[in-house]
Design a protein. Structure first.
Length: 217
């Protein structure tokens, strides 16, 4: 579990893609301070497992499903990525609960200054937008952000200068892709509501109902 508060920018050293998997090697500093094999590190919001590391680099395996759902496949050596270690018990939750399981990809359609902030607008698929609400939380490339507005196929966020300068958002341009993860709470609430509806529908089916509709004689 993560918080969406980026700890540092790492640099891509190598992306090796094979038929059945890929491996990503990155340089970093802060997130390697107490790293161990098997630790989870969010890379642009994607929860990945450390399979090897040195004083200045670490490597992670990336499975095909992750490549399909995220923008990791487009990374090149020298690209910056947002890095965050998994939340430690007793740590501060400065953003919101982020699982590191990306729901899909959005695209930057607008980037403009608004006072001392930068406003970003993202186009996004309907299945992701359904969980996004004004003033709610969303993770964009692993960054915990507050939604300012929504439309039929887009949402926007207003980003403070610190976030712009300390994450990959400051380097992103219009047209570029970003990883999106919806707030966990909305997805769980919807699942519970559907489960309750299904139970109610089953309760409404009685012997009389079955007879009336020709299922029983």
């Amino acid at each position: 579990m993560f918080t969406g508060i980026v700890e540092e920018l790492g640099l891509v050293k190598l992306l090796s893609v094979r038929v059945d998997k890929a491996q990503l090697r990155l340089s970093a500093q802060t997130v390697l301070a107490d790293v161990k094999l098997g630790d989870s590190i969010a890379v642009n919001g994607v929860c990945l497992t450390v399979v090897s590391f040195s004083a200045r680099e670490f490597a992670v395996d990336v499975m095909p499903e992750t490549l399909r759902r995220s923008n990791l496949m487009e990374l090149k050596p020298g690209d910056a990525v947002n890095l965050e270690r998994a939340l430690a018990f007793g740590g501060r939750l400065g953003g919101h609960l982020v699982s590191g399981h990306v729901d899909g990809i959005g695209r930057i359609t607008e980037r403009r200054l608004e006072g001392n902030a930068v406003l970003y607008r993202f186009s996004t698929p309907t299945e992701i937008l359904r969980y996004i609400i004004p003033k709610g939380s969303v993770a964009v490339d692993g960054i915990s952000l507050t939604v300012t507005d929504t439309g039929l196929d887009w949402f926007s966020v207003s980003v403070i200068p610190h976030t712009v300068s300390h994450t990959t958002l400051g380097r992103k341009k219009e047209g570029e892709k970003v990883n999106l993860e919806n707030d966990l709470i909305g997805k769980y609430v919807e699942r519970l509501l559907f489960a309750q509806r299904d139970v109610k529908q089953k309760e409404d089916i009685s012997v009389d109902f079955l007879k009336q509709n020709g299922f029983l004689q």
